[in-house]
Design a protein around this ligand. Structure first.
Ligand code: ATP
Ligand code: MG
Length: 426
């Protein structure tokens, strides 16, 4: 058998239920905050990411899946969504003279070393807001995350880490000071950091290497370089978070891997997933739109890693998610096959009241006697079985069997629905 490509994983039915719960919860919260859904292509011109994410980032340097289109264009599978999102809104004239709040979800691709919580195809839900200068939108984006974790029952597992990088100029000055400090000590840095000294020096700050961290202890302090405007923006944001009862931890060393961040950066972090502890990350990127050829447009956003949120949800809720079959329809003889499928259709269309989802109905396939069909019904973990034989069909009735206690009643079609609703099958 041909196997899956390394780092590309399958989401099997049991996991897909959890996946759906998480994604639909997150989407409905985003809609409640009036963010609008957009869909973006998986393939873009490589140049978009080189310019948007940054030539010197790990992503662009060594993690992209790049291919030549048949006409020779260089295309890449998207490694993240923000650059595409800016491209799409800009290209469709949706950034000029207006504000936008949008979200997207889907797979992203990075050639990384696969491990638990780190895959080569992974799934993000991203939200981006354009045209808002003030820290109120930073606070709203963070508040969205707080809402996700609360509704998913994960709020005890995660904490918010936050920092400010200052303006682009402040960042450049700091970068220079950092390189000046580290260059004479380059020989003592870990290998990755030595390389980053020339490519992406600020990323050295979040090196996990102990010796590198010891050297960094004496390094120039990023917060000393933050300009007054950025500091005011950040102070206001922290006040808003306090007022919103959102707890945070200030992390002077928190920088993000992508070049485009300015001012606010934040991460939602858990201790329950080992090294892959960041489940959602974001910040402000006021220079990105311009960097991609648009007019200067303030922007902020985040991306949540659904694969990791899923793993965390599994840690907290270990029970497998319930089977989706409510009713299993059995019928006694082949001539009732169409009857059974029609009944299934009718049941799926019934309104069981505002608090109850529509019924999930599985009609027996592949024949068999009642005994065999009821075995299948049990194996499907259905709550109810409906038995349909010649007597039921003649009398326009149905026999309803509760599969947990074995109790059986024969009722009219209309009464069956009342019975299912009344006993709260969902
Ligand atoms: P990390 O430091 O874990 O590599 P990152 O800084 O590269 O993360 P971002 O580009 O900010 O991550 O992406 C946002 C989120 O997407 C991350 O916080 C994480 O939850 C998720 N994510 C990123 N890369 C992967 C991956 N290879 N596999 C699974 N999830 C990922
Ligand atoms: Mg990464």
């Amino acid at each position: 058998m041909v196997q899956a490509v390394r780092g590309m994983r399958d989401v099997l039915p049991a996991e897909a239920k959890r996946w759906h719960l998480i994604e639909s919860t997150v989407h409905s919260i985003l809609r409640q905050f009036t963010y609008e859904e957009i869909h973006l292509p998986l393939l873009e011109f490589t140049e978009l990411f080189a310019r948007g994410v940054g030539e010197a980032t790990d992503i662009v340097e060594k993690e992209m899946y790049t291919l030549a289109d048949r006409d020779g264009d260089s295309l890449s599978l998207r490694p993240e969504g923000t650059a595409s999102c800016v491209r799409a809104l800009q290209e469709n004239g949706l950034l000029y003279n207006q504000t936008q709040k949008v979200f997207y979800s889907g797979p992203m691709f990075r050639y990384e070393k696969p491990q638990k919580g780190r895959y080569r195809q992974f799934y993000q839900v991203g939200a981006e807001a354009f045209g808002f200068v003030g820290p109120d939108i930073d606070a709203e984006l963070i508040s969205l995350g707080a809402n996700f974790w609360r509704q998913l029952g994960l709020e005890k597992q995660v904490r918010l880490e936050i920092n400010t990088l200052g303006s682009r100029q402040a960042r450049q000055m700091y970068k220079k000071a950092l390189v000046d400090y580290l260059t004479p000590k380059a020989g003592q840095l870990d290998e990755d950091s030595q390389r980053r000294l020339h490519t992406n020096p600020m990323r050295i700050l979040d090196s996990k290497n102990e010796q590198t961290q010891a050297i960094l202890a004496q390094a120039p302090d990023l917060s000393m370089f933050v300009d007054a405007d950025s500091q005011a923006h950040f102070d206001e944001l922290l006040e808003l978070l306090q007022a919103l009862d959102i707890h945070y931890v200030r992390k002077p060393n928190l920088v993000r891997g992508l070049d485009y961040y300015t001012d606010t950066v934040f991460e939602w972090v858990t201790d329950d997933l080992g090294a892959q502890g960041t489940i959602c990350a974001g910040g402000r990127y006021n220079t990105l739109v311009e960097q991609l050829g648009g007019r200067p447009t303030p922007a902020a956003g985040f991306a949540m890693g659904l694969d990791r949120v899923l793993l965390l949800h599994e840690v907290v809720n270990q029970t497998a998610m319930n089977s989706a079959v409510d009713v299993y329809v059995c019928y006694s003889a082949p001539q009732f096959a169409a009857h059974a499928q029609k009944l299934g259709q009718w049941l799926r269309e019934q309104d069981l009241g505002a608090d109850t989802a529509a019924l999930n109905v599985r009609v027996n396939m592949g024949g068999g006697n009642f005994k065999k069909q009821l075995k299948r019904a049990d194996a499907s973990h259905a709550t109810w079985a409906i038995l349909m034989g010649p007597d039921e069909v003649a009398a326009e009735q149905l026999t309803l069997k509760n599969l947990s206690d074995g109790q059986q009643v024969t009722l009219s079609k209309a009464d069956v629905v009342g019975h299912l609703a009344g006993t709260g099958s969902n």
